[in-house]
Design a protein around this ligand. Structure first.
Ligand code: FAD
Ligand code: EPU
Length: 342
């Protein structure tokens, strides 16, 4: 394990922000992680050296240089750990690329992750914000995870209840923020999986592809087609996916908006609550396709803010604040950022 000084993070974040980390190291084993944390303690000033764990950098916006230690998680390995009549249990180390895990499961005909195809980033971040797409969330297939308690210097196991998953939320983003490093995640996959194709566009795409007998590979391919048709490829245009969450509002708020805009895109959660499509709200405010310098709002998906090349984190952040203010003025709904601002 080697600690490097003043390293550019440009290639380590999908927004392509050219900030610098004061110290940077990768770890591929628990021993290397402990060595790096030892370095952190030795180099702390008045007991403090900020720490950031980095996976694929696809859910962060760096707005300034990082005056601390960035640790890139490179713990690799995927294995089948257990099998019973109904389920297989797949354990993946946190540094594995998420889509590689999806591919592993599809190739072995283990259903459950196919709807989460092509989400960028690594396994270790998947429980952080309970990743979700096309009708499936991580919590639907989660079994347990192991995480390193930074202060106590021990590995702890978390069950699904202890993770407190919600929409793009977990205990690691809230109560335990900055306290744990996720080392591995075990997923429990049903052997006889139920195909999840309710999310409108999936069936339309399967039909367009001419699929008669659906397999998990077909679902994965359909989702990859849908995603690539509207989400910008971070290798071409910098972004971190949805910049905001879809807001949950009361039935009353939804009704007030609906009376004026009957085309409002909303999903009823229960008798009292609705989830609104933030992309629709932002588009209605006229931001879709907006560009100021190299900071912009994507032309095909208004929920995605983009860096066309030389935008700074501050430019994206300022644009996001302007969008939040304008959506609040027009609809009385306050959008919440989904991306981690560093
Ligand atoms: P990073 O950006 O590296 O880290 C995210 C946060 O988790 C940071 O706070 C980091 O410190 C922390 N963290 C990372 N690893 C660990 C660890 N091992 N232990 C402790 N903390 C850790 N997300 C969805 O949910 N659904 C989507 O459909 C989706 N589509 C996307 C499409 C695009 C084009 C892009 C660019 C992003 C998309 N995202 C989506 C967001 C992103 O891919 C996910 O949030 C992903 O899980 C982030 O993984 P990462 O490894 O890149 O995390
Ligand atoms: N819409 C618009 N204009 C837009 C964008 C969307 O009107 O510019 C409306 C359309 O009616 C569309 C609806 O909003 O049908 C929903 O759009 P989409 O299917 O693209 O999904 P989303 O709600 O915008 C969420 C997730 C995505 C996930 C998709 C698919 C959040 C914050 N985002 O987006 O996750 O891939 O659903 O399940 O929940 C991410 O988290 O980074 C991410 C990309």
């Amino acid at each position: 394990m080697q600690v490097h000084q003043n390293i550019s993070l440009k290639k380590y974040n999908t927004f392509g922000m050219a900030v610098t980390a004061k110290h940077f190291a990768s770890f591929g084993s628990l021993d290397e992680l402990e060595e790096a944390l030892h370095f952190r303690r030795d180099n702390a000033i008045k007991g403090i050296l900020p720490l950031m764990i980095l996976g694929g950098g696809s859910n962060v916006l760096f707005t300034k240089d990082f005056d601390g230690l960035v640790l890139k998680n490179e713990l690799l390995g995927i294995e089948l750990t257990k099998e019973d009549p109904d389920y297989v249990y797949i354990k993946a180390n946190a540094g594995e690329v998420w889509h590689n895990l999806v591919e592993y499961c599809i190739s072995n005909n283990y259903p459950g992750l196919e709807n989460l195809s092509l989400i960028p980033g690594n396994v270790g971040a998947s429980p952080m914000q309970n990743i979700g797409a096309y009708g499936v969330e991580l919590k639907d297939v989660f079994y347990e995870l192991e995480a390193y308690n930074i202060e106590e210097r021990v590995v702890e196991t978390f069950s699904i209840d202890e993770c407190n998953f919600g929409y793009r939320e977990s205990v690691f983003k809230n109560k335990y923020k900055g306290k744990y490093i996720i080392l591995n995640v075990t997923y429990r996959l049903r052997k006889k999986g139920v195909f999840n194709t309710q999310y409108g566009a999936i069936n339309v795409e399967l039909e367009r592809m001419g699929i008669k007998e659906v397999t998990i590979r077909h679902i994965s391919n359909a989702i990859i087609n849908i995603r690539t048709s509207k989400l910008p490829n971070p290798k071409v245009i910098g972004n971190a996916g949805s910049f905001f969450k879809n807001p949950q509002v009361s039935k009353f708020t939804w009704h007030v908006i609906w009376e004026q805009y009957p085309d409002v895109v909303a999903h009823q959660l229960d008798d009292m609550n609705y989830k609104l499509a933030a992309g629709w709200l932002i588009e209605k405010c006229g931001w879709k396709g907006f560009r100021k310098g190299d900071a912009g709002c994507h032309e095909k998906q208004a929920l995605v803010l983009v860096n066309y090349g030389t935008a700074k984190g501050e430019d994206i952040l300022n644009l996001s604040d302007e969008i939040i203010a304008s959506v609040e003025r027009k609809f009385g709904v306050k959008l919440e950022k989904e991306v981690n601002i560093v």
